[in-house]
Design a protein around this ligand. Structure first.
Ligand code: GRF
Length: 197
């Protein structure tokens, strides 16, 4: 299975997937990394692993339609079977969603459907979890639909909220769990235990 990972910033989730493939814990390979951000560490991580690294953005091409076309060209060029959004801060164009329907997944740092939707990204998610007084948060992996954070949930795991947590300490605990959970769930997708389409 050829995976394309889309990421906008640090790419630590991307790295977990790359390492899982290299260690044969995921029966697949990361065949391309796509980022809207030319300076993202994700692109550096891809290059370091000798994975094609593509900087594709609407700014670069002048329109969302042309960006979608360039993304579809790249996905075809690398014979992509499955797309994983790992910290990709853009909505995918309907043309891309349609072409890969049921084969696009996203990871979210909370227990959806709670703490999802527009504006719920990065540290804001963990601030909201603490403000709500939750004693548990977690990680959700879901299929991507046209609405933010609302596609079919395929896997979830919980992470405790501890006394004295700040948004930053909680974010670090959740991110660490994301890395191991990603390897488990992407392996299940690659092995066909979680179906594509
Ligand atoms: C993760 O918290 C993920 O849940 C969210 O974006 C973050 C990506 O982190 N979608 P990184 O760039 O992979 O380090």
């Amino acid at each position: 299975m050829n995976i394309a990972v889309f990421a906008s910033h640090g790419g630590s989730d991307l790295q977990a997937i790359i390492d899982g493939c290299t260690a044969n814990r995921i029966p697949a390979r990361v065949a391309a990394v796509i980022s809207n951000n030319a300076d993202s560490l994700a692109l550096d991580r891809a290059r370091a692993a000798r994975i094609p690294a593509c900087h594709l953005s609407a700014k670069l091409f002048g329109s969302e339609e042309l960006l979608a076309q360039k993304i579809l060209e790249a996905l075809a060029r690398y014979d992509i079977d499955m797309i994983f959004l790992a910290g990709y801060m853009r909505m995918l164009h309907p043309a891309v969603l349609d072409a890969y329907a049921g084969r696009i997944f996203n990871i979210h740092p909370a227990l959806l459907p709670k703490f999802g939707g527009r504006g719920m990204y990065g540290i804001h998610v963990h601030e909201a979890v603490l403000a709500a007084g939750e004693d548990e948060t977690g990680v959700t992996i879901h299929r991507v639909s046209p609405e933010y954070d609302s596609g079919e949930i395929v896997a979830q795991t919980t992470v405790p909220v501890l006394p004295g947590d700040t948004p930053e300490t909680l974010a670090a605990r959740v991110l660490e769990r994301e890395h191991s959970f990603l390897v488990e769930v992407v392996a299940d997708i690659a092995a066909g235990k979680i179906r594509l389409g």
